[in-house]
Design a binder for this molecule. Sequence first.
Ligand SMILES: [Zn+2]
Ligand SMILES: [Zn+2]
Ligand SMILES: [Zn+2]
Length: 312
Amino acid sequence: MRGLLILDVTNDSGRPLPSDWCETVGVPSLTRLRYDSPSADPFLELLLRTHAATLRHVELHRLDDVPAVLLARALQLRSLKCLPCEGLSKLVDLPGLAHIDLYCEGGSDDQEGAAFPPGTLAFLSGASHLRSVKLCLSAEDPDAPLRALSTSPSAQHLQELVALADNEDPPETFVTTLVTPFLPSFTSLRTLIVDDDLEQDFLLAVSPTVLPCLTTLKVDVLEDSCMHGTLHRPAVHDVLMRNPHLHLYIEKGFPEKVMCNDCPWCKWGCHELLAETKNSEVCYSSHSKSATCPKECFQAFSPSNPLHPSNN
Ligand SMILES: [Zn+2]
Ligand SMILES: [Zn+2]
Ligand SMILES: [Zn+2]
């Protein structure tokens, strides 16, 4: 294992991997570790102890708690993916930990829907170097992690926020309703991703005065409507016109094509450049495409002629 940079371990054996699974005296080299196991195996502890000086990216899957004492020594750590857990409070002072992904999947059954542990809330409210945060909002006390993050020294430096729902069938607009009141705390946001429908109050809260740096907004549309019709919803048109630098990504399961060729908008014949485009291939804006735009940037409306896009 000498000189190894990247390691991906999945333990489905039903038994903890022992520390003597490999050589016990190692030289630090690992920069990226993905470890998937239901328990903090002695082998995981050995890896963290051996490579504390070099580890930059760590993903821990299925673990109910992180080996916090060992991770706290990984001073190069830049990103961590783990379940919300008590041990995170011990990582609050890691100087370079900028990206935290508190994903939902794979936790034990009694964790699903449960409130965030106090240790995770302490981390979110105390960490000062966070730049991107992914949260799965749970059914119990769902706005607690957003409130904690909004009061942290990181809040005004946060560049990316991803908010998902930690339950199978959340109430409609569950995520956007929770996120909306906290947006004014995150003034440096460039990317905002919410796993929720285009809720009107949420879209109204997205403005250049509140979020002057926002260039990417990703949302879902839950109903089975034509995407072209969705684009013409007054609130969608409005958010694009008020935010001239915004790229709006609308995730949609089906149908795949942007246009249905059957609704009033499709029959009217506007936006005909989108006729053969798939939903996954395009994002919408109200500006002319420039060198800094993503390749999928499509000017849906233009300020000079807000209802009839200039590139149609
Ligand atoms: Zn249509
Ligand atoms: Zn149109
Ligand atoms: Zn663009």
